[in-house]
Design a protein around this ligand. Structure first.
Ligand SMILES: [Zn+2]
Length: 170
């Protein structure tokens, strides 16, 4: 039993470019999520999903026609990130509080405690509050639990509260 043919571990995702907003929310919840560049062909996107053991999230029905689609492609019929998130939750029983804010929202890399030089450069009110500062070692973006993160966390909690029973796609 597993998502996308993998056994154990949280599901990993590949969101097509149309679902980039949903992809960023999955990252915020801590899921390993690649967002496909808009110019990639269906075949290239599907090949990557198979190669990396990811579930392919799309609104493009054509992707279901491929041989590799069963158990791999999740077709969402939704408009707006929140509606897509709820639909995906209904399909997979996702836990939106899986590992909040453990990945870079921009590039998907796991964040780490920020080095001293980065901590020293954050706004003074963050330093004064003593908030833990993390950063993305790849794109060097700092993250701390400020008001933006609190709003995002509230949204993750709302999504988590609407969680439905698990439905395995394969
Ligand atoms: Zn990054």
């Amino acid at each position: 039993m597993g998502h996308g043919g993998r056994s154990g571990g949280p599901p990993r995702f590949l969101a097509d470019a149309m679902l980039a907003g949903l992809g960023r929310w999955l990252r915020a919840a801590g899921y390993d999520t690649v967002i496909a560049p808009g110019h990639h062909s269906d075949r290239a996107i599907l090949r990557r999903a198979v190669a990396e053991g990811r579930l392919l999230l799309t609104r493009d029905r054509k992707l279901l026609e491929h041989r590799e689609a069963p158990g791999r492609v999740i077709l969402l019929a939704c408009s707006g990130t929140e509606a897509c998130a709820r639909q995906l939750t209904a399909r997979l029983g996702l836990d939106w509080l899986h590992a909040p804010f453990t990945r870079c929202l921009v590039c998907n890399t796991p964040v780490e405690p920020a080095p001293e030089a980065v901590r020293a450069a954050v706004p003074p009110e963050v330093r004064v509050a003593g908030w833990p500062v993390r950063w993305c070692p790849r794109c060097r973006r700092p993250y701390w639990p400020g008001s933006h993160v609190r709003r995002m966390r509230a949204r993750l909690e709302r999504l988590a509260a609407g969680r439905k029973p698990v439905y395995q796609i394969d």
